[in-house]
Each structure stands twice: as C-alpha cells, then as structure tokens.
Ligand binder design. Structure first.
Ligand SMILES: CC(=O)SCCNC(=O)CCNC(=O)[C@H](O)C(C)(C)COP(=O)(O)OP(=O)(O)OC[C@H]1O[C@@H](n2cnc3c(N)ncnc32)[C@H](O)[C@@H]1OP(=O)(O)O
Ligand SMILES: CC(C)C(=O)C(=O)O
Ligand SMILES: [Mg+2]
Length: 516
C-alpha cells in the first residue's frame, strides 16, 4: 500500500467548463459526461449551479441521480436561496457536496459585491452554516483569492472552517498568479491558519497566462490536496487547469509529488473526445496528453530512437491514457529506419539496400508534395516501384466542364493517348465525376477509384489545389497527384497520372511483397 497522500480530483467541466462561451450542454449531454467522469474515477464532479436556471437545477439533479461512485457537487453564492436550491438538487446523490463562495479581493469586494471585508466574513460564515444544514460535505471558496490580501484570507478561511467548511478552495479566478507566488500563498495559508488541519486545501486555477496547470502543481507541492480542473482545460475565458495534464504530471513525476490521484487514466482520451464532440471545441493537435500528436513521431531521428527504445522520446505510454498506441507518422521528416520498419509491418521486405534506397528516395519526393503519407500511399509507392517507370502514356491536353444549377454537369476532354490526340464527352453527378468518366472512356483502366482527396496547398480561394487519386485494379494500387489552381483540372491531372502508372507494366525492382 502506498504511504502517499491522496490528491483529490475535483472536475468542474460541467460547471466552470460550461461557462466557456459556446459550450452549453443539454441535460442528457451532461449526464453522459458525468458517467464518463465516473469511469475516470474522478472524486468530485461539480455538476452545475442549480440556482442559475431551471435547466441547471434539473441537470444537477439528473447527474446526482445517475452517478454513484463520485461525489456530486453544486455551486452556490453566499446567498440562502442559492444554497437551498443546491441542497434540493443534490438530495438524491449518493454523496453530495455544497460548494459556496464569495469574493475576497479588494477589487471584487468594493466594486462588485459592494460589501465591506467584515460583511464578507459574515456572509461567508452564514453561507457555510446554511450549507451545513444540508450536508457535512461543504466546500468554501474565496473567489479571486489570487488577488486577495494574505492576512485577510487567513481571517476569512479560519472563520469558514470554524463554521463547518471541510474543503477550502483557493481560486486564482483571473489566472493572475505565477507558480512560485501561488505555491508560497498555499504554504503560508497552511502554516498561518490555526485550524487549517481541519480542512483539505484545494486550488482552482484559470489559464489566462497559460499557467493554470503549473500554478496548481506548485500548490500541490506546497500542501494543496485537491485540484479543481476540467477535461481539455475547458472553462471560463482561457479555461481551467486541464485534468489530463494535472493527473499525468503527478503520475509521471512521482519523484516530485508527495501524493497520488486515483484516476483511471485509460479513460482520459475517451473522456476528452466525448467533451470535445459534445461542446464542439476541437482539441488542438499539439495539446498535451489528448492532442492527436501527443504520441505521434514524424522526424527520422526521433523515430529511429523510438524504434530502438521507446523511452528515448516518450515519458508516458500512449496506452496508459487511452490511446490504442503511439504513432509513427510517415512524412518528409521521416528516415530510412522508420520507412523500412513501417513497410515491414505492412508485409513488404526489401532484398537489397539499393531497393530500400530507391524506394526511400521516391518516398521523400512524394512527401515533399503531399502533407500526410498514409499506409496506402506507401503501398502504392512500392507497388509502383515494381514496374519500370515509362514515359506517361496519357497527357491532358484540353478540358472544358459545364455546370449550371438544375443542369447535368458535363465534361469535354482531349487527351494524348500514346502520342495521339483523342476527344470525348461525358456527363456525371458533378464536374469531377464527368471528367473522370470522360478520361476512363479514353484510357479504359477498368480500375476502382479508392481515394479522391483535395488539399489546399496555400490559404485563400486562389490557392493551388493538390489532388490525390488512388486507383486499384487486381490488387495493384497506384496514386496519381495533380495540382492546379482549378481543382477540376487538378483532379483530371491526378486521374491521368494514376492511369498512366496503372497501365505501365514492365517490372522494375525485385521487391518482395507479402500480404499486400
Ligand atoms: C468565478 C465564477 O465562476 S463565479 C460563478 C459564475 N457562474 C454564474 O454566474 C452562473 C450563472 N449565473 C446566473 O445565472 C446569474 O448570474 C444568477 C442567477 C446567479 C444571478 O442572477 P441575477 O440575480 O440576475 O444577478 P446578476 O447576475 O445580475 O448579478 C450577480 C449578483 O450576485 C452578487 N454576487 C456575486 N457573487 C456573489 C456571491 N458569491 N455571494 C453573494 N452574492 C454574490 C453580485 O454582487 C450581484 O448582486 P447585485 O445584483 O445585488 O448587484
Ligand atoms: C466559483 C469559483 C470557484 C470559480 O470558479 C473561480 O473563482 O474561478
Ligand atoms: Mg473558475
């Protein structure tokens, strides 16, 4: 059994997270997220602010009824009606907490609450006592503690604990603090408040300066034993400290932190995806832990290191946070080792170094043109190397497409086929479809179109369109690339290029393809 303290994880995705402009959630969505947080084994789920609206009340009540393994918490101002409404919403919870708060910074007391510091202490004490009528599990927050005077904070908190608060939360409401200062605040509060040992000290950090996680972790090092956080760092303005980053920092650096969480980390990525899909807030690819690139390696030196020993470039295991595996992304920065290994995984073995070097050179050429190289691209590349490169059999000479609302799109095409110009027309469901049908009439590949993708190479409506066409016939796959500012012409070039490759047939290398 570990001798370490438990770090309580308090998730506020459904309350502070929902305060992100545009992140409102329906009752059903909140219950789905709450169930996912329960699977994560979050200790406390702050489900909402019941007195904000009837909808919020019902959502908190629904979460309280459907989650059994986590404590359900509701937020209330230091106002009786807020606290009572919160108590009612939580009535059916297996374990309930009322979280009441009032601001303690000079600016908030003077300008917002328009209360004297003495009145605020009285309101805090009255609020905690009122909440204690509903439950023993009461949390009190000094809103804007990060800009409050330390002596005054000590006074308010001592009284709140005396009134019955069992968790004292120190929010950096506006994300103003820096780690050393915030850690020192926590250390001093714990040292100076005479009854500090009767409460768990918590922190709630906002990310206005990008320091929410760093501030929270410094607070933990200095004695805080609850962190308030959200999935994907969702929350008011720049958001809150992100749950996944806090949890994985504490877990990964057990040499630094004197405590541990009970979070079931393989549920992190599923929870992140759920929150992202419900709120519509995409996770940036380079976001720590849950970003698509968090465990992806593209550069050759890293890939080579990873293939020799994963720990050369990874401090966590992708599987431990819910990814299936880490990823080796094939792109223009990849090296021979990763290229060869990936192809071996696809069942393709090179007999000689020359073959490897030749295929690798063509891979680099392709990677310079195409942003992402998929397995199918590698297969196509190898498949192409098995045939002598001949001069292109087909060449686009002229293309005119016709589209008009309510009319069937058509294409008029001239191609050079083995040096001879040939013309045709075709109709289709769109200009690209009509063009492909016209080309097929002249080149007659009999293939299946496996992929048609368009990338804008640069930004703006005048950008070059880069089109990839992948054709398959009898197990053989080829890619054709075409670029033009007109995407229909780019598409035609790509199809013509793929058709030329598919119908070229002289063997070129001795690649041994297995299972391809
Ligand atoms: C830092 C945070 O995240 S705090 C939580 C933020 N969450 C929310 O605000 C939840 C959504 N809010 C709401 O739906 C509404 O603001 C309500 C229902 C809470 C209140 O609505 P209204 O009664 O119309 O008040 P309004 O929002 O205009 O102003 C807030 C009032 O609460 C007072 N107040 C603010 N915080 C507190 C507090 N902790 N304790 C007591 N009073 C407070 C303000 O001084 C102001 O009072 P005033 O009307 O006498 O000037
Ligand atoms: C209500 C409190 C805890 C809050 O969200 C904040 O101060 O940021
Ligand atoms: Mg907040």
């Amino acid at each position: 059994m570990s001798q370490k303290d438990k770090l309580i994880v308090f998730d506020t995705t459904l309350r502070d997270g929902e305060q992100s402009p545009g992140a409102s959630m329906t009752l059903d969505e909140k219950v789905r997220i709450a169930k996912s947080l329960e699977r994560l084994r979050v200790d406390v789920i702050e489900a909402g602010f019941p007195n904000a609206s009837q909808g919020d009340f019902e959502s908190v009540r629904a979460v309280a009824r459907s989650v059994r393994e986590s404590t359900i918490c509701g937020l209330a101002r230091a106002i009786n009606s807020d606290i009572d409404r919160c108590g009612e919403a939580l009535a059916d919870a297996e374990s309930a907490r009322i979280h009441t708060f009032i601001a303690t910074s000079p600016i908030h007391m003077q300008q917002k609450l328009r209360m004297s510091p003495e009145e605020v202490v009285e309101r805090a004490v009255a609020a905690v006592k009122r909440a204690r009528k509903w439950t023993d599990n009461v949390e009190f927050s000094c809103e804007d503690a990060g800009r409050s005077e330390l002596d005054y904070l000590c006074r308010v908190i001592e009284q709140a604990i005396k009134a019955g608060a069992r968790t004292i939360n120190i929010p950096d409401t506006v994300g103003y603090n820096v780690p050393s200062q915030f850690g020192e605040t926590i250390r001093q509060l714990l040292e100076r408040i005479p009854n500090a040992d009767q409460a768990v000290f918590s922190v709630h950090c906002h990310n206005d300066l990008g320091l929410a996680v760093a501030n929270s972790l410094e607070a933990v090092i200095n004695g805080a034993r609850q962190v308030e956080c959200t999935i994907n760092g969702l929350g008011e303005r720049a958001g809150n400290a992100s749950l996944e980053e806090l949890v994985m920092a504490v877990r990964t650096r057990q040499d630094v932190f004197p405590c541990e969480t009970h979070i079931y980390t393989p549920e992190i990525v599923p929870a992140s995806r759920l929150v992202s899909s419900i709120t519509g807030f995409a996770v940036q690819p380079n976001k720590a832990i849950v970003g698509a690139n968090a465990f992806a390696h593209e550069s050759g030196i890293h890939q080579d290191g990873m293939l020799k020993n994963r720990e050369t470039y990874e401090i966590m295991r992708a599987e431990d946070v819910g990814w299936k595996t880490n990823k080796m992304v094939m792109g223009k920065h990849s090296g021979r080792n990763a290229f060869k290994t990936r192809l071996e995984e696809l069942g393709v073995n090179f007999e000689t170094n020359e073959e490897l070097n030749g295929a690798f050179a063509r891979f680099k050429e392709l990677a310079d043109k195409k942003h992402e190289i998929f397995d199918e691209d590698l297969q196509a590349l190898v498949s192409e190397t098995q045939h002598e490169k001949e001069d292109d059999r087909f060449e686009l000479v002229y293309l005119k497409t016709y589209t008009e609302t309510g009319e069937t799109p058509s294409a008029e095409l001239t191609l050079k086929v083995d040096g001879q110009e040939q013309q045709t027309t075709a109709i289709g469901s769109g200009p690209v479809d009509a063009t492909f049908k016209a080309i097929e009439q002249l080149v007659n590949t009999g293939s299946i179109l496996q992929l048609f993708s368009i990338n804008a190479i640069t930004q703006g409506t005048d950008s070059q369109g880069e089109v990839t066409v992948r054709l398959e016939k009898g197990g053989r796959i080829v890619n054709g690339l075409g670029s033009d500012t007109d995407i229909v012409i780019a598409s035609a070039k790509a199809y013509v290029s793929a058709a030329s490759k598919l119908l070229a047939n002289t063997p070129r290398t001795h690649l041994q393809a297995v299972n391809v």
